[in-house]
Design a protein around this ligand. Structure first.
Ligand code: FE2
Length: 451
């Protein structure tokens, strides 16, 4: 992406689109380096007495300084103004329907819950207006747990900027494309892709087409990373080279602007006179990225049985307890089912983890009906769940030829913490009141005289 394409002075940002695909660096957690002006990155040191082009050096740390190398995250940003210069007097503003753990607004029923797709309203909603919290888990102040949200966006942010101090944000678009203009460069995503914006990274979220709807996981805990592959070896699942981090791009723009910060569960705002997306060069391993879920290489049973869904983990936010994730981001995408003499859909199940599911497109094999793209289901800690009667009868009597699940993309935000349902979600018109009884339709088939 050329510098000129992004160094705009009031021009349309649409000109960036043409070159955006060339504007990424490949890899996961690399020590990236990128500059939008030649020589803007200091060589051989991070903080020279004077930075090239009169820039300020600023370090953004995503981990404590002393974190082990494997989890130590920081980047050096060379910017027109340091972040302290973007700092005015902040006022608390309405956070709308965005909630932060701990939040126990309602006593949710002890039952599986499900929602139809949340309708996109006919009103102007920026990213900040359009967050609808469905569940919260853990405690953001203790850096544990998550918020699971739906976003509904009908307008781009204009001279408005935002960073989230409470958590990293994983966006899963379901309808409509998004462009994240960030301090680190530009990320564009469409349904089928995800974007991850680390804690503290300033963004402006824009639409590039029609209204957008999707899911957002706000991760209060350890940054998302790739799961270990164990005996699978060095390949398959999500491969490092398919993760894309933007090249440096900046705005040198003086205009009345508003900077929003989510901090401590509240939303704060201040007026500033310029764009804070003014990073001309940066290096480090703490940066936003995108990933195309259609590049995920699933591994599964090739003779019999149904593997645990952890085999489909794309990203994991580890907790201090090995194997007990703060969050696992898991997908159910196109794949062949070949297992012999096997009940192929997910088995009946109770789990110490709690499961928030969404559907980007297609049909989910355990719930052929009632779980529409854009919908949500919640199977909380130690609550029973499994295939509905249609899925059970179908799979119990299916001809077990190799069968390809095609055109489907469901996902799960799974956390070790129980999920609290927001008052908004409990009262939403899209809440399916009858869902909790789906298991009662399963018949008794037991016959002691017939094996
Ligand atoms: Fe489950």
């Amino acid at each position: 992406m050329s510098v000129q394409a992004l160094k705009r002075s009031g021009g349309s940002i649409a000109e960036t689109v043409l070159e955006a695909n060339a504007g990424y660096l490949s890899g996961f957690g690399n020590g990236f380096e990128t500059e939008a002006l030649p020589g803007a990155l200091p060589i051989g040191r991070n903080s020279p007495q004077k930075c090239p082009y009169g820039l300020y050096a600023e370090q953004l740390s995503g981990s404590p300084f002393t974190a082990p190398r494997t989890t130590n995250e920081r980047s050096w940003l060379y910017r027109i103004r340091p972040t302290v210069n973007h700092w005015g007097e902040f006022e608390k503003v309405d956070i709308g329907l965005w909630r932060t753990a701990p939040a126990s607004e309602v006593e949710a029923p002890l039952a599986p819950m499900r929602w139809d797709p949340i309708a996109i309203p006919n009103e102007a909603l920026s990213l900040l207006d359009g967050i609808r919290t469905i569940t919260t888990a853990g405690d953001a102040g203790s850096q544990a747990g998550m918020g699971a949200h739906v976003y509904l966006i009908t307008r781009s942010m204009q001279d408005e900027y935002f960073y989230n101090a409470d958590g990293e944000m994983l966006f899963v678009p379901q309808q409509g494309n998004l462009r994240f203009c960030t301090e680190f460069g530009v990320i564009e995503v469409e349904p089928g892709e995800i974007a991850v914006i680390p804690r503290g990274v300033k963004i402006r979220a824009e639409l590039t087409g029609g209204p957008a709807r999707g899911y957002m996981c706000e991760n209060y805990g350890g940054a998302f990373t790739l799961p270990e592959r164990g005996p699978i070896g060095a390949n398959c699942l999500a491969n490092q080279r398919d993760f894309l981090t933007p090249v440096a791009a900046y705005e040198d723009k003086d205009a009345p602007s508003r900077l929003y910060v989510k901090w401590g569960g509240s939303l704060w705002a201040t007026n500033i006179g310029h764009s804070p997306l003014d990073v001309v060069a940066w290096h480090g391993n703490y940066a936003p990225y995108k990933y195309d879920l259609r590049r995920y290489s699933p591994v599964g049973p090739i003779l019999f049985d149904h593997a645990d869904p952890s085999i489909f983990t794309v990203l994991t936010s580890p907790s201090e307890t090995p194997g007990t994730a703060n969050i696992d981001f898991v997908i159910f995408s196109d794949r062949w089912l070949v297992a012999e003499n096997t009940f192929r859909p997910p088995w009946y199940h109770m789990n110490v983890m709690s499961e928030f599911m969404g559907l980007v497109y297609g049909q989910y094999d355990a719930k052929p009906h009632g779980f529409a793209p854009g919908g949500i289901s919640l199977h909380n800690t130690m609550l029973p769940h499994g295939p509905d009667v249609d899925a059970f009868e179908g799979a119990s009597n299916a001809d077990l030829k190799p069968h390809k699940l095609e055109g489907t993309l469901a996902f799960m935000f799974e956390t070790r913490f129980p999920q609290r349902v927001s008052a908004y979600a409990a009262g939403a018109a899209e809440f399916q009141k009858g869902y909790s009884a789906y298991g009662q339709r399963l018949k008794k088939n037991f016959n002691p005289r017939q094996r």
